[in-house]
Write a protein that binds this ligand. Structure first.
Ligand code: GLY
Length: 304
């Protein structure tokens, strides 16, 4: 029997001091709810979905309600899920009226023969599956509407420069878990980057880039500048590095981040969990909201 572990993140970016307490609180709640699933003997897939649903409902995070708006002033959500036991994967991209994209990604994984559904097709699948739909306005908060308004009519900075000089936010929520049976699962959900071109998708809904899980080694979820993450197939790269380094998740995450910087001059953060439940985190943004708990810990570690 394996000792369960759960690691989650609520985004790697220059989180303003005014939002630190809300991130901490949101992470604590999400970790607690996901951990309850594992403590009661539940599967890793349920713990991952539960923790991410909590973050999608918490408008602090760039996932579900509270997500950044695209250039058209609308929310477009991406999510992905991978089950390391069955080696099945599911994802959705650019969905607009789905309250919990992570649940829809799991349904794609478990109830369809596909891996990735986008836009209207994904919404149609949500309706068929009885996954909760909502209005566009339900997902938009006053804070994000204000951010979007402030960005209109201004010359658009290149994402790379925006990251460097203005610390462009990229929130994202993710989770990786291993359960008692030694099964690993990972998931990621995001609203993407602020003022993104409509239809743009980043790393989060792409299996191998934002999310990866394989019982043989472990699982990974990422956050940060998606365009850079995609080019180095970040999540799969780190899982492969874990396998290479005797399952060391900290070493793998650190080395993965070096590859991200060297090959695509990227920015972001990585959470990694090996099949034994050890956790690794690496990021090169000013802050990363992350939290984890393992069976050998008395209380969770929450860090911003
Ligand atoms: N990492 C989230 C995104 O770029 O959309």
């Amino acid at each position: 029997m394996t000792k369960p572990s759960l690691v989650i993140h609520g985004g790697a970016w220059d989180i303003p001091q005014s939002l630190v307490a809300a991130h901490r609180k949101g992470l604590k709640t999400a970790l607690k709810e996901g951990w309850q699933v594992l403590l009661h003997g539940g599967p890793a897939v349920d713990a991952v979905e539960r923790a991410i649903i909590v973050m999608e409902d918490d408008e602090t995070f760039d996932a579900g309600r509270g997500s950044f708006l695209n250039a058209a002033g609308e929310v477009e959500l991406d999510a992905s899920f991978m089950d390391g036991k069955s080696f099945r994967a599911g994802a959705v991209a650019a969905v607009q009226t789905v309250r919990h994209p992570i649940t829809l990604a799991r349904r794609v994984m478990e109830e369809s023969e596909h891996v990735l559904l986008v836009g209207m097709g994904a919404t149609r699948f949500a309706r068929e599956q009885g996954v909760e739909l909502c209005s566009l306005d339900d997902l938009i908060t006053a804070r994000e509407l204000e951010r979007w308004r402030s960005l209109q009519g201004k010359p658009k900075a290149k994402t790379k420069d925006a990251f460097r000089k203005k610390r462009k936010p990229t929130g994202t929520a993710g989770a990786v878990a291993v359960d008692r049976e030694g099964n690993v699962a990972a998931g990621t959900s995001t609203g993407g980057t602020p003022n993104k071109y409509p239809g743009r998708i980043g790393d989060s809904p792409l299996i191998g880039c934002g999310t990866y899980a394989d019982n043989v080694a472990g699982g990974v979820s990422t956050s940060g500048w998606g365009e850079a993450m995609i080019k180095v197939v970040m999540a799969k790269t780190v899982v492969d590095l874990m396998a290479l380094h005797n399952g060391d998740p900290a070493k793998a995450a650190k080395e993965g981040l070096k590859i991200l910087v060297r090959k695509s001059d990227g920015f972001g953060g990585i959470i990694a969990l090996n099949k034994a439940g050890d956790v690794g985190v690496a990021f090169n943004t000013p802050r990363m909201a992350r939290a984890y708990i393992t069976s050998s810990m008395d209380s969770p570690l929450v860090q911003i």
